[in-house]
Design a protein around this ligand. Sequence first.
Ligand code: HEM
Length: 485
Amino acid sequence: MAAPRPLDINNVQGDILEGLGKKHQSFFFFRIKAGQASGFRDDLRSFIPLITTTTEAKKFHQAINEGKKEAAKQGKPFPLIENSGVNIAFSKKGLVALGFTDDIGDPLFENGMLADANDLGDDLTDWDADFKKGIHGVITVAANNNNVLERTVDRIKKIFRVGQKDVTIEEVTRLLGQTRPGAESGHEHFGFNDGLSQPAVQNVDAGVISEPLEKPVRQGVILLGREGDDGLVVPGDSTTPKGIKRPSWALDGSFLAFRYLKQLVPEFDAFLEANPLKGVPFPPAPGDPTGAELLGARLVGRWKSGAPVDLTPMRDNPAFAHRQDFRFDQKNQERCPFAAHVRKTNPRGDLPPGGTEVRRIIRRGIAFGPEVTDEERKQKRSSNDEKLERGLLFVCYQSNLGNGFHFMQQSWANNKNFPPTTQSDPNVPTPGIDPIIGVGTPRSMVGASPDLSASNQPLDFTAKWVIPRGGEYFFSPSIPALKSK
Ligand code: HEM
């Protein structure tokens, strides 16, 4: 068997291994017009030069970092570089329309997210009708300036002849994300610093911050056909020892799981205020008279600054915001509840070493929607006005959806018995579902309070605070694969 060639990051779309620099992001969901597949392929050739590769995305970030350092030296504010980033990904239906008809070796991708919604725990009545229409692909545009973003989107529309008789794509829907204002920039709508913990990828240095206690993941955990991918592509011999076949055009592509997640922010905040934790001497920290901040931190597993509760259990410490050197070594819930969102989605030392490598995903989400209004805050309820809807446009990359996003949602977040902490000691309470994204019963959590005797009283959640409104599984092909069509 020939070994795959060394990875050339010029071939990999930039959002996967580096991330597109952004304050604003547009997700343009499209269908290829019936009868226009060949015209679409022609237009795609004109579109490909616009795609931001990993190399270009890295250069962009380097320029920003250097510019910031330079500006800091001169005591000046650094004007944001307004450059825009562009990527494209296709659903199964889109790949077929493009002429990539062979099975890529991932049943979840082949069948699409709508078919998986039940297993993910979604209520399809909450899904936006547009995500039930059969989307062919998504064009992602990211920029630090909204005008630049819209100009780039217009330029792309022209390439695909939008507004002309022989148009080759039609818009299904467009979702717009933007980072939150001021100091909340980088924080999702519940107020927590997001996008902190990412796996580092071997020889790529993809992690925003690598985890000193965690080995970098093999490239194949994120990219198809690289070492560590279950369905390794070997050019000239695409049959793996396991018998899974990946077509050779899949090399250096990645599966993109997109989730349109609405967040009920006033309801979440009201819950935190209404549930003082039992057994904790209050106020636990200055500025947190009711313990709402502590409860929120324990539901997420990090304080709003990003500081992990496993390292600083009783009060926020912004100096710890980027720390990754924690392993949940304490096998009770005093420092971090078993069900905390970050413990559920990356259980670190709760599983044997190496046990989580194939479960790692790279996240590239962005917040959408306006800030909570005074009226909503007063009513402690989200408005019914769709224009005020807010949440997270969640994007993640992996080489195998059944190992990555799907597994994480179904078998970890929605599974009240995960992490398997009770196996060795029947007296340890069942963790409960992930309070942020978990679906299932009971909707309660035993480890809410750091006082373990009090924590044996489960805390009931009133309702879900994150509502999936749609999504799709896409494949983000390598640049050479796109050029081959
Ligand atoms: C981490 C919020 C949805 C997987 C985090 C963090 C926050 C957060 C605040 C901690 C900061 C960080 O390390 O980035 C949210 C919110 C969501 C959401 C508000 C929904 C609106 C999801 C979904 C998944 C997911 C759907 C996957 C099924 C992860 C993972 C981590 C994480 C893997 C990193 C854990 C670690 O390595 O420590 N999330 N998240 N999140 N989230 Fe989410």
